[in-house]
Design a binder for this molecule. Structure first.
Ligand SMILES: NC(=O)c1ccc[n+]([C@@H]2O[C@H](COP(=O)([O-])OP(=O)(O)OC[C@H]3O[C@@H](n4cnc5c(N)ncnc54)[C@H](OP(=O)(O)O)[C@@H]3O)[C@@H](O)[C@H]2O)c1
Length: 249
């Protein structure tokens, strides 16, 4: 399961699930590079890893192909690519304004696609290349007020399956993790405002708790490791069993 000598790049790697993935990959020995869009998170990342020469962070917008290419051109190789950056918002489909809709599609779907296009060719140059995309339970589970979000995450399932077919012969596996309800900045404000929804979520989760970023990160670390060498094209749901079904009937 060790990743010594490997280099990993994580988009959205300076907070939430992405930061937990960075920590897990670093724990397992990989050199890690986090991309993020807020200066504040880049600075807290650099503070956390200031003693660690094998962890770095760069300010990059995943919606911008040229910014991604700029990072790629400075890399001397890559083994593990984690397109994780994503955004979400709660609004009725008919009320979602064009700018917000484009932002969602460009971050969650275009951003993942372009990240794979820009960095994928580096993976072909070394044995055992890995792509692990952060999808969501929303890929297979409809959610009101998040129609665009669920559309982007369902789209990622197709991306992962098809890219696995194209890149398998090049020795690269392409998988996704589908987190359920995880406490991060994406969900915290809603959870604080609606404790009754948190209780309902826990009651409807077979493992009876909200997930942590580390629950997701450990599965990503496994998918990035040699232990997962014969798994490709899959989305693994890390949701405490929500996608297994429910006991309402
Ligand atoms: N939390 C959950 O319950 C849950 C459930 C299912 C799936 N997910 C997925 O997990 C992933 C991570 O989300 P999270 O919960 O960890 O939330 P988060 O803490 O808000 O993390 C999102 C990350 O994406 C980055 N990002 C957003 N837009 C970007 C852009 N245009 N360019 C570069 N980076 C960008 C953010 O960067 P900054 O920090 O610099 O803004 C941040 O690091 C997302 O894909 C999300 O859809 C989360």
């Amino acid at each position: 399961m060790r990743l010594d000598g490997k280099t990993a790049l994580v988009t959205g790697g300076t907070s939430g699930i992405g930061l937990a993935i960075i920590r897990a990959l670093r724990r397992d020995g990989a050199r890690v590079i986090a991309l993020g869009r807020s200066k504040e998170h880049i600075e807290t990342f650099r503070e956390e890893f200031r003693q660690d020469s094998l962890a770095s962070a760069e300010l990059v917008d995943v919606r911008d192909r040229d910014e991604l290419k700029g990072v790629r051109d400075r890399l001397d190789g890559l083994d593990i690519l984690i397109p994780n950056a994503g955004i979400n918002t709660r609004v009725k489909a008919l009320d979602l304004e064009d700018e917000a809709l484009r932002d969602m599609l460009q971050t969650n779907l275009y951003g993942v696609f372009v990240t794979c296009q820009v960095f994928g060719p580096l993976l072909f140059l070394r044995p055992g290349g890995r792509v692990v995309v952060t999808s969501s339970l929303a890929a297979i589970h409809g959610l009101d007020l998040r129609v665009a979000y669920t559309a982007t995450k369902a789209g990622l399932s197709g991306l992962v399956r098809s890219l696995a077919i194209e890149w398998g012969p090049k020795g690269v596996t392409v998988n996704a993790v589908g987190p359920g309800i995880i406490e991060t900045s994406l969900t915290r404000a809603y959870m604080d405002k609606h404790p009754e929804r948190v209780r309902a979520t826990i009651e409807n989760t077979p493992l009876r708790r909200i997930g942590t970023p580390e629950d997701v990160a450990d599965v990503v670390a496994f998918l990035a490791s040699d232990g997962a060498r014969f798994i490709t094209g899959q989305t693994i749901y890390v949701d405490g069993g929500i996608s297994a079904g429910s006991s309402w009937w």
